[in-house]
Design a protein around this ligand. Sequence first.
Ligand code: MG
Length: 277
Amino acid sequence: MPSSRNIPQLPTNLDLAAMPKQLHSLPALLLVLILSVSTTIKPTNAQERQTAAEIYGRAAITELWEPEPKLIQPGSAQTAPSDATVLFDGSSLAAWESVDGDEVQWLNEDGVLIVEPGSGLIKTKENFGSVQLHVEWRTPAVVAGDSQDRGNSGIFLMEQYELQVLDSIDNPTYVNGQAGSIYKQHIPLVNASLGPGQWQSYDIVFMAPLFGTDGRLVRPATFTVFQNGILIQNNVTVQGPTEFIGKPNYLNHSEMPLALQDHGSPVAYRNIWLRKL
Ligand code: MG
């Protein structure tokens, strides 16, 4: 839009007392007003002499009209957007397999996927790179254990980079291992956890690491994470694959499955979908 300095301003210095009495009638006042305005909008410099077409023509130089973003259906709290890859909507575990490639041992009970302790992690059959990922999870309502042994699971992007799932209400543990941490690498900005037995959500933007043709790291992975709508990881840089002991080191890899961790607790999952980036 043109700036306000290009828009004529009405005069503010009309002095009725100084006018002849015959000009105090309404028609006369309007005449004075029109004459005053016409005087005010006379161009006084080159910029003010620009026509509206010239102004909007110059403004159009910085307008982009393409590429036009694709129209999608955003979905709701219960449904995935129209362009998502749905990994679990309660109806099927067809997108998943067990760690050794066999059928998933976890329960699909009333549309809810529940970790079967001792059966091992599950992973998607499809490989993924950079994604927007939505996951809902719930730690057990019956509180058992403490620290890392209470409602522990995890979401492993590319099977290697863990966003921690844990009951983090009244459950002290190392803070780079609590819910919302990038395990052993990044503490969440706040603890946005809900209590045990309550459904929670993660909305994740994960950018996969890039490796050169020589296998060396060109760009590390990054995470941005919202927990229950709250920003808890703001574009943090991943130092390498999640390690329980020691420092992480990147190893060259291409796209890999998304995995959910079995850490011995019957954590539940639902509404899992992603959009490839
Ligand atoms: Mg875990």
